[in-house]
Design a binder for this molecule. Sequence first.
Ligand code: SF4
Length: 321
Amino acid sequence: MRPPTLEELKEARKSYSRADLAVGEPTINPELVSYVKMLREAGFEEIEITTNGRMLSVPGYAEKLARAGIKKFKISIHGSNPLTHDALTRTPGSFKQTIRGLREVSKIKRKYGLTINILTTITKLNYKDIPDMVAVFLKYPVDALIFNVFDITGEATRVAHILAPKYSDVEKTFYRAIKKYETAIRRKGVEVTISLPLCILRDEIKKHYGNYELIVLCDGPAPKASELRRGRVFIEACKECSLQNLCDGVWENYIRLYGDSEFVAQKIPPQSIKKERPHRSRRALRSPQRSQDTCASWNSSGNPRDRHEHQRQGGSRSSGG
Ligand code: SF4
């Protein structure tokens, strides 16, 4: 695939206000800095990157990207220690490199007004590590911790029996982490979300930390419900649930694996669920036109991808090791 021309990017800018370098591992593309500069020249002010963070450990590289125009670094980390993270990325040494990368971005965060998000895919192999992950990540000036529970869809279905955790097990460790670090999370204003159906989260948590389906990462009009709900079902309990409008249902493959006994119809009013995270509201105040924003996603060859796919990536993908 050829890279986009400046003219094509200028054309894309008319429809999209944000660009996300998110496909594959963008930092292995030697032209990345020039792509970022080109996006800036085309008028994009919000440029994001989703990365495994390893290249960011090279002294000066993160600053080059920031100077070129990257505003948000979304770094994938899947454990609090080398044992867990390196096993999941299947790359020995990747944890140390990624943490060094996070440190490099942290050093220049204030100078360039950067946002740092940590993306973590939660599997059977690391869900017990959530409290320690929160402890480690809070040592850095992060803006958001986004825990994406393994989606049993597409290719992932083949390994679901090995990797897909039971939601109620994940909820218990997530709850422990939140209770233990709540003061620090609030003091630092860190946005913490987890992609579990709201009925799995206990009330005190669901009102603040539930990620009712990935709307955190991308502004603009919601994608069609039919797209978000592909592969999901509303089960018997959902029919009586007061939160159905905030929910996209349950992965059908999850029900096949674990049954439906964890899902319980909710009675609480949907208005009691917090819709704006503090961090997001602050950004919205600085950008009065955000409500009209949409988001373009470009791979390292520069191909525009639809917003829905980007949104799923922002919420669900993990950058490899
Ligand atoms: S609609 Fe169904 S899956 Fe969603 S919160 Fe309600 S009971 Fe749970």
